[in-house]
Ligand binder design. Structure first.
Ligand code: NAD
Length: 264
């Protein structure tokens, strides 16, 4: 049994993660936390997730003796502190938090020298398969097409473009030998001029309760290819995270991604 702590257990992803833990035979939820002063501190994590009580009360602080893997779907500022904590107590991590800046990503790489971390801005199996399809399309179509990435999420999402959209852009830029920081164009307005072929465009939609949709468009004169992924439930991300917990228990150190977990 892998003993798992879920940070942000009262959040949207946290509740799905608690459900996914309850469905796994290899995972035992032993800790759940949320931010200090949250109204749901002291509540049973299972009840908050809409399932039977799990006998794990949502706490304000982690207890290092109580878990093996920390699952973090919170906020980059919180994740930073959790990395320090897991380094101190030699705990493994599964991180799904998005909006992590370059400094935090470097911190994750450095931490990977000491502990095992799986970090993925999108843990859905389908999205990770799409990343492979996108890489293939970019390889075949090269610089002969215009490439645009369009994503849509619920109105509560605080970062844009989504971590998944950025990841898709990075995959394409790597295949085409482009630097994403200099070729990305975020949203367009006003007198934009004609499109530069070697740019990669990003458009973000924020509306209602959309769980997460991504389309990568490869457009030539006369035809276009669209690779689309639509998530209809957060359980797809939660199930991926639980699969990562099962996988990472066998790793001592290193920074991994979902392709490592899935073996693709
Ligand atoms: P949310 O706001 O519903 O949940 C975040 C939770 O973290 C909240 O309950 C908040 O109170 C809690 N939190 C804040 N400070 C804390 C602390 N110090 N300790 C413990 N908990 C703390 O957000 P969400 O929709 O669940 O998304 C969370 C993150 O996961 C976002 O970055 C989102 O983009 C990302 N996400 C990733 C994936 C993926 O597959 N990797 C999928 C969906 C969402």
């Amino acid at each position: 049994m892998v003993r798992v702590a879920i940070a942000g257990a009262a959040g949207r992803m946290g509740r799905n993660l608690v459900q996914a833990c309850a469905l796994s035979e290899q995972i035992q939820l032993t800790q759940a936390t949320d931010k200090s002063g949250h109204a749901l501190i002291g509540s049973d994590a299972g009840v908050i997730a809409g399932i039977e009580p799990q006998n794990v009360l949502i706490a304000e602080v982690l207890e290092a003796t109580e878990f093996d893997v920390l699952v973090d779907f919170t906020h980059p500022s919180v994740t930073t502190n959790h990395v320090d904590y897991c380094l101190q107590y030699n705990k493994k991590m599964v991180i799904g938090t998005t909006g992590c800046d370059a400094a935090l990503e470097q911190k994750l790489r450095d931490a990977g020298d000491s502990i095992a971390i799986m970090y993925a801005p999108n843990m859905s199996v389908g999205v990770n398969l799409c990343l492979q399809l996108i890489a293939t399309a970019a390889r075949v179509l090269g610089d002969s097409v215009d490439i645009e990435i369009i994503e849509a999420h619920h109105r509560h999402k605080v970062d844009a473009p989504s971590g998944t959209a950025i990841k898709m852009g990075r995959v394409i830029a790597d295949v085409l030998g482009r630097d994403l920081d200099s070729c990305a164009v975020y949203g367009r307005e006003g007198q934009t001029g004609v499109r530069e072929r070697k740019t990669i465009g990003f458009e973000s939609i924020r509306a209602g309760d959309i769980v997460g949709e991504h389309t990568v468009l490869f457009a030539d004169e006369g035809e276009r290819i669209e690779i689309t992924h639509k998530a209809s439930s957060r359980m797809t991300f939660a199930n991926g995270a639980i699969r990562a917990c099962e996988w990472i228990q066998h790793r001592d150190k290193g920074l991994y991604g979902m392709p490592d977990v899935l073996g693709i």
